[in-house]
Design a protein around this ligand. Sequence first.
Ligand SMILES: [Fe+2]
Length: 288
Amino acid sequence: MGPVTIRTSNLDLSIAEQTHVLGLHEVARDGTRVSLAGVGGRPELTYVATDDENSLELLGLIARDGDALRTVRSRIEDEGLRIIRANPSTPGAPDGFSFVGPEGFAYEVMLRPGAGPAQPDGFGPKRYGHFNFHPENHRSTVEFLTTVLDFRISDTIGSGGSNGYFLRCNSEHHGIAVLRGQGTFHHHAWETQSLIDLAKLGDRLHDLGRELLWAPVRHGAGQNLACYYVEHTGAVVELYADMEHIYDDDRPPVEWSDGSVWWNEWSTTTGYLPSGFREYGIAPAAAH
Ligand SMILES: [Fe+2]
Protein backbone atom coordinates (compact mmCIF):
# COMPACT_ATOMS: atom_id res chain seq x y z
CA MET A 1 0.00 0.00 0.00
CA GLY A 2 1.22 3.50 -0.86
CA PRO A 3 0.61 6.93 0.60
CA VAL A 4 -2.78 8.59 0.90
CA THR A 5 -2.94 12.23 -0.23
CA ILE A 6 -5.50 14.51 1.42
CA ARG A 7 -6.31 18.13 0.58
CA THR A 8 -6.65 20.13 3.76
CA SER A 9 -7.95 23.63 4.43
CA ASN A 10 -5.51 23.93 7.35
CA LEU A 11 -2.14 22.45 6.44
CA ASP A 12 -0.40 23.43 9.68
CA LEU A 13 -3.16 21.93 11.79
CA SER A 14 -3.15 18.68 9.79
CA ILE A 15 0.60 18.32 10.21
CA ALA A 16 0.49 19.23 13.89
CA GLU A 17 -2.28 16.81 14.74
CA GLN A 18 -0.70 13.83 12.99
CA THR A 19 2.67 14.69 14.49
CA HIS A 20 1.48 15.16 18.06
CA VAL A 21 -1.44 12.72 18.15
CA LEU A 22 -0.54 9.84 15.85
CA GLY A 23 3.24 10.26 16.03
CA LEU A 24 4.07 10.72 12.35
CA HIS A 25 6.98 12.91 11.30
CA GLU A 26 7.64 15.12 8.30
CA VAL A 27 9.89 13.58 5.65
CA ALA A 28 9.39 15.86 2.63
CA ARG A 29 8.00 19.30 1.84
CA ASP A 30 7.41 20.90 -1.57
CA GLY A 31 5.61 24.21 -1.18
CA THR A 32 2.22 23.36 0.21
CA ARG A 33 2.62 19.57 -0.18
CA VAL A 34 3.96 17.92 2.97
CA SER A 35 4.62 14.20 3.35
CA LEU A 36 4.58 12.41 6.69
CA ALA A 37 5.79 8.95 7.71
CA GLY A 38 5.67 6.41 10.51
CA VAL A 39 8.87 5.10 12.03
CA GLY A 40 10.03 3.59 8.75
CA GLY A 41 10.53 7.02 7.21
CA ARG A 42 8.90 6.37 3.82
CA PRO A 43 6.26 8.92 2.73
CA GLU A 44 2.91 7.40 3.73
CA LEU A 45 0.53 10.36 4.11
CA THR A 46 0.66 13.62 2.16
CA TYR A 47 -1.33 16.74 3.00
CA VAL A 48 -1.85 19.39 0.34
CA ALA A 49 -3.13 22.86 1.21
CA THR A 50 -6.38 23.84 -0.48
CA ASP A 51 -8.68 26.87 -0.45
CA ASP A 52 -11.57 24.54 -1.20
CA GLU A 53 -13.18 21.90 0.96
CA ASN A 54 -11.18 19.12 2.52
CA SER A 55 -11.08 16.19 0.14
CA LEU A 56 -9.27 13.04 -0.87
CA GLU A 57 -6.74 13.62 -3.67
CA LEU A 58 -5.04 10.24 -4.20
CA LEU A 59 -5.04 6.67 -2.97
CA GLY A 60 -1.50 5.33 -3.25
CA LEU A 61 -0.53 1.82 -4.29
CA ILE A 62 2.94 0.29 -4.60
CA ALA A 63 3.70 -1.85 -7.65
CA ARG A 64 5.94 -4.85 -7.04
CA ASP A 65 8.49 -3.83 -9.69
CA GLY A 66 8.84 -2.02 -12.99
CA ASP A 67 7.17 -4.80 -14.98
CA ALA A 68 4.17 -4.74 -12.64
CA LEU A 69 3.93 -0.96 -12.95
CA ARG A 70 3.95 -1.17 -16.76
CA THR A 71 1.33 -3.93 -16.66
CA VAL A 72 -0.98 -1.85 -14.46
CA ARG A 73 -0.51 1.21 -16.65
CA SER A 74 -1.41 -0.77 -19.75
CA ARG A 75 -4.51 -2.22 -18.07
CA ILE A 76 -5.63 1.25 -16.97
CA GLU A 77 -5.30 2.51 -20.53
CA ASP A 78 -7.19 -0.54 -21.81
CA GLU A 79 -9.99 0.28 -19.36
CA GLY A 80 -10.19 3.78 -20.85
CA LEU A 81 -9.55 5.40 -17.49
CA ARG A 82 -8.10 8.91 -17.46
CA ILE A 83 -4.40 9.30 -16.67
CA ILE A 84 -4.00 12.57 -14.77
CA ARG A 85 -0.26 12.48 -14.15
CA ALA A 86 2.44 10.50 -15.97
CA ASN A 87 5.04 10.71 -13.22
CA PRO A 88 4.95 10.21 -9.46
CA SER A 89 3.81 12.97 -7.11
CA THR A 90 5.11 11.09 -4.08
CA PRO A 91 8.61 12.27 -3.11
CA GLY A 92 11.27 9.63 -3.54
CA ALA A 93 9.16 7.36 -5.76
CA PRO A 94 11.34 6.39 -8.76
CA ASP A 95 8.41 5.99 -11.14
CA GLY A 96 4.64 6.08 -11.10
CA PHE A 97 1.47 7.56 -12.54
CA SER A 98 -1.99 8.68 -11.42
CA PHE A 99 -5.41 7.99 -12.85
CA VAL A 100 -9.07 8.47 -12.02
CA GLY A 101 -10.83 5.23 -11.15
CA PRO A 102 -14.47 4.37 -10.48
CA GLU A 103 -16.64 7.08 -8.87
CA GLY A 104 -13.97 9.76 -9.17
CA PHE A 105 -11.53 8.20 -6.73
CA ALA A 106 -8.01 8.88 -8.03
CA TYR A 107 -5.15 6.43 -7.53
CA GLU A 108 -1.40 6.80 -7.77
CA VAL A 109 0.50 3.61 -8.60
CA MET A 110 4.24 3.86 -8.01
CA LEU A 111 7.45 2.04 -7.30
CA ARG A 112 8.33 2.04 -3.62
CA PRO A 113 9.57 5.44 -2.45
CA GLY A 114 12.93 5.66 -0.75
CA ALA A 115 12.98 6.28 2.97
CA GLY A 116 13.36 9.80 4.36
CA PRO A 117 14.75 10.61 7.80
CA ALA A 118 13.87 8.23 10.62
CA GLN A 119 11.46 9.20 13.39
CA PRO A 120 13.40 11.45 15.74
CA ASP A 121 11.05 11.31 18.72
CA GLY A 122 10.80 7.58 19.33
CA PHE A 123 7.07 7.12 19.07
CA GLY A 124 4.68 6.59 16.23
CA PRO A 125 3.05 3.82 14.22
CA LYS A 126 5.18 1.26 12.45
CA ARG A 127 3.59 1.79 9.05
CA TYR A 128 0.53 2.79 7.08
CA GLY A 129 -1.51 -0.34 6.40
CA HIS A 130 -4.89 0.18 4.75
CA PHE A 131 -7.71 2.47 3.81
CA ASN A 132 -11.45 2.09 4.04
CA PHE A 133 -13.86 3.78 1.64
CA HIS A 134 -17.54 3.77 0.78
CA PRO A 135 -18.31 3.79 -2.96
CA GLU A 136 -21.96 4.01 -3.92
CA ASN A 137 -21.62 1.08 -6.32
CA HIS A 138 -19.21 -0.95 -4.25
CA ARG A 139 -19.45 -4.04 -6.46
CA SER A 140 -18.12 -2.16 -9.50
CA THR A 141 -15.22 -0.85 -7.43
CA VAL A 142 -14.43 -4.35 -6.14
CA GLU A 143 -14.57 -5.68 -9.68
CA PHE A 144 -12.06 -3.02 -10.73
CA LEU A 145 -9.75 -3.62 -7.76
CA THR A 146 -9.70 -7.40 -8.22
CA THR A 147 -9.50 -7.66 -12.00
CA VAL A 148 -7.36 -4.62 -12.91
CA LEU A 149 -5.23 -4.25 -9.77
CA ASP A 150 -5.12 -7.93 -8.70
CA PHE A 151 -6.45 -7.51 -5.16
CA ARG A 152 -7.80 -10.71 -3.56
CA ILE A 153 -11.02 -10.98 -1.59
CA SER A 154 -10.41 -11.88 2.07
CA ASP A 155 -13.89 -11.42 3.53
CA THR A 156 -17.36 -10.48 2.34
CA ILE A 157 -20.00 -8.60 4.34
CA GLY A 158 -23.70 -9.27 3.92
CA SER A 159 -25.37 -11.79 1.67
CA GLY A 160 -23.16 -12.23 -1.39
CA GLY A 161 -21.09 -9.20 -0.39
CA SER A 162 -24.17 -6.95 -0.43
CA ASN A 163 -22.63 -4.62 2.14
CA GLY A 164 -18.89 -4.81 1.51
CA TYR A 165 -15.61 -6.57 0.82
CA PHE A 166 -12.21 -6.72 2.48
CA LEU A 167 -9.38 -6.98 -0.06
CA ARG A 168 -5.68 -7.79 0.30
CA CYS A 169 -2.59 -7.25 -1.83
CA ASN A 170 -0.05 -8.72 0.61
CA SER A 171 -0.24 -11.05 3.60
CA GLU A 172 -2.23 -8.58 5.72
CA HIS A 173 -5.93 -9.41 5.85
CA HIS A 174 -6.85 -6.16 4.13
CA GLY A 175 -5.20 -3.27 2.36
CA ILE A 176 -8.56 -1.92 1.21
CA ALA A 177 -11.99 -2.20 2.82
CA VAL A 178 -14.82 -1.40 0.43
CA LEU A 179 -18.17 -0.82 2.11
CA ARG A 180 -21.32 0.23 0.28
CA GLY A 181 -21.97 3.88 1.12
CA GLN A 182 -22.23 7.49 0.06
CA GLY A 183 -19.18 7.81 -2.21
CA THR A 184 -16.68 8.89 0.43
CA PHE A 185 -13.28 8.01 1.82
CA HIS A 186 -13.66 6.93 5.45
CA HIS A 187 -10.31 6.19 7.11
CA HIS A 188 -6.59 5.67 6.74
CA ALA A 189 -5.13 3.07 9.11
CA TRP A 190 -1.76 2.63 10.78
CA GLU A 191 -0.20 -0.47 12.25
CA THR A 192 1.54 -0.54 15.59
CA GLN A 193 3.19 -3.48 17.30
CA SER A 194 2.14 -2.85 20.88
CA LEU A 195 -1.39 -2.71 22.27
CA ILE A 196 -0.10 -0.18 24.79
CA ASP A 197 0.22 2.23 21.87
CA LEU A 198 -3.57 2.21 21.50
CA ALA A 199 -3.92 3.33 25.11
CA LYS A 200 -1.24 5.97 24.70
CA LEU A 201 -3.09 7.36 21.68
CA GLY A 202 -6.19 7.75 23.84
CA ASP A 203 -4.09 9.46 26.52
CA ARG A 204 -2.62 11.94 24.05
CA LEU A 205 -6.05 12.82 22.69
CA HIS A 206 -7.35 13.30 26.23
CA ASP A 207 -4.43 15.58 27.07
CA LEU A 208 -5.43 17.73 24.08
CA GLY A 209 -9.08 17.86 25.16
CA ARG A 210 -10.13 15.45 22.46
CA GLU A 211 -11.35 11.88 22.47
CA LEU A 212 -11.36 8.62 20.61
CA LEU A 213 -14.30 8.00 18.32
CA TRP A 214 -14.35 4.26 19.01
CA ALA A 215 -12.00 2.06 21.01
CA PRO A 216 -10.82 -0.39 21.82
CA VAL A 217 -12.49 -2.95 19.61
CA ARG A 218 -11.66 -6.39 18.24
CA HIS A 219 -12.99 -6.49 14.69
CA GLY A 220 -14.31 -9.77 13.37
CA ALA A 221 -13.22 -9.05 9.80
CA GLY A 222 -9.43 -8.90 10.02
CA GLN A 223 -9.29 -9.75 13.73
CA ASN A 224 -7.43 -6.51 14.41
CA LEU A 225 -7.61 -4.55 17.63
CA ALA A 226 -8.34 -0.97 16.69
CA CYS A 227 -9.13 2.51 17.89
CA TYR A 228 -10.28 5.50 15.88
CA TYR A 229 -10.33 9.27 16.01
CA VAL A 230 -11.52 11.96 13.60
CA GLU A 231 -8.92 14.26 12.08
CA HIS A 232 -9.86 17.86 11.45
CA THR A 233 -10.44 17.28 7.72
CA GLY A 234 -13.34 15.00 8.64
CA ALA A 235 -11.56 11.80 7.67
CA VAL A 236 -11.12 9.11 10.30
CA VAL A 237 -7.76 7.75 11.45
CA GLU A 238 -7.31 4.18 12.75
CA LEU A 239 -4.47 2.77 14.83
CA TYR A 240 -4.48 -1.03 14.89
CA ALA A 241 -2.52 -4.09 15.96
CA ASP A 242 -2.78 -7.87 15.78
CA MET A 243 -4.36 -8.13 12.34
CA GLU A 244 -4.81 -11.54 10.72
CA HIS A 245 -2.24 -12.47 8.07
CA ILE A 246 -3.14 -14.76 5.20
CA TYR A 247 -0.38 -16.81 3.59
CA ASP A 248 -2.58 -19.17 1.58
CA ASP A 249 -3.54 -17.63 -1.76
CA ASP A 250 -6.37 -20.15 -2.04
CA ARG A 251 -7.98 -19.33 1.32
CA PRO A 252 -11.68 -18.94 0.55
CA PRO A 253 -13.29 -15.64 1.60
CA VAL A 254 -14.91 -15.58 5.02
CA GLU A 255 -18.58 -14.65 4.63
CA TRP A 256 -20.03 -12.45 7.37
CA SER A 257 -23.74 -11.81 7.64
CA ASP A 258 -25.13 -8.33 8.20
CA GLY A 259 -25.54 -7.57 11.88
CA SER A 260 -22.95 -10.17 12.87
CA VAL A 261 -19.81 -9.53 14.87
CA TRP A 262 -17.78 -8.58 11.82
CA TRP A 263 -17.68 -5.08 13.28
CA ASN A 264 -17.06 -5.95 16.89
CA GLU A 265 -16.34 -9.35 18.41
CA TRP A 266 -16.70 -7.95 21.91
CA SER A 267 -20.37 -7.23 21.39
CA THR A 268 -21.67 -10.57 20.28
CA THR A 269 -25.36 -9.76 20.54
CA THR A 270 -25.51 -6.40 18.82
CA GLY A 271 -22.28 -6.11 16.84
CA TYR A 272 -22.02 -2.68 18.48
CA LEU A 273 -20.48 0.24 16.66
CA PRO A 274 -20.89 3.91 17.61
CA SER A 275 -23.82 5.69 16.01
CA GLY A 276 -22.73 7.87 13.14
CA PHE A 277 -19.41 6.05 12.68
CA ARG A 278 -20.06 5.32 9.02
CA GLU A 279 -21.12 8.91 8.28
CA TYR A 280 -17.66 10.42 8.77
CA GLY A 281 -15.37 10.84 5.80
CA ILE A 282 -14.36 13.10 2.92
CA ALA A 283 -15.28 13.14 -0.74
CA PRO A 284 -12.83 12.55 -3.58
CA ALA A 285 -11.40 15.83 -4.93
CA ALA A 286 -13.56 17.11 -7.74
CA ALA A 287 -10.91 19.19 -9.52
CA HIS A 288 -8.90 16.66 -11.50
FE1 LIG B 1 -9.68 -0.06 9.06
